[in-house]
Design a protein around this ligand. Sequence first.
Ligand code: MN
Length: 293
Amino acid sequence: MTIRFNVGAATDSGRVRDINQDAYVVKADAVAVADGMGGHRAGDVAARIAVETLDRSFTEPTFESLSGSFGLANAEILGRAAIDPELHGMGTTMCAVAIVQHEGATGLGVVNVGDSRVYRLGHGEFVQLTEDHSLVESMVREGRLTAAEAEVHPQRNIVTRALGANENVQVDQFFFPAIDGDRYLLCSDGLSNEVPDEALAQMMAKIADPNELVHALIDAANSSGGRDNITCVVLDVSTGESGTRPSSSAPVGVVTPASGTPESAPAPAREEAAPPPDPAVPPAPKRRWWRKG
Ligand code: MN
């Protein structure tokens, strides 16, 4: 089976911000979106380092290579921040979709850190595949906020995991079968905060051309306010074979930490996220939390 991608990609600074701290990369076998954070122009440096590192380092169709690229990007961002005071404290999210082999099968690997998202439209079903690493998402999981409250929460821009936050970054990994006709969307929160999922699903189903679609998605985010930078990558999967979707839409892969360097030995056990603070009390400033924008 030969898996091919047909990709549309675009980024826009939005209607409020002067600079664009998002970045994306499109390779023949991988795509990624990054949303940088940090003062001045540090955020766009971090996002650019992330996607350029993935571009350079994802060379083998394995999770080791894909997640290893995240680990290398993390180290590079920390290294640059350590020697340049203007870049101190920079960080970035990144989500990626790539062709990988996993347990003898070739399919799509999804790797994520932060609150950029990967969605999939397939056989009429539109699902968010990634979980946001954000304070409000933690509070929703704990039952302390409803999803509707989270959407408008003043602290919704605080991420709990990011590249550049500390030496050991943990990423989520998912593996999905490659299904002919499936359509993936990778986006920064400048899209998902402005455009409801139902509207995203409708546009994903209606607009056939991926290039036309990404521009329509950006227009929709700008029409809703465009308060943040907006980045969209749409990826249409073709395999030349009519695949059968497994009955469950759950990932068949695993959630594991990315090692700091690809060659380092056994990865540490996955840490549970720290419990969120009382929602009534603003969180104490902690290095591991990142306020974006
Ligand atoms: Mn953003």
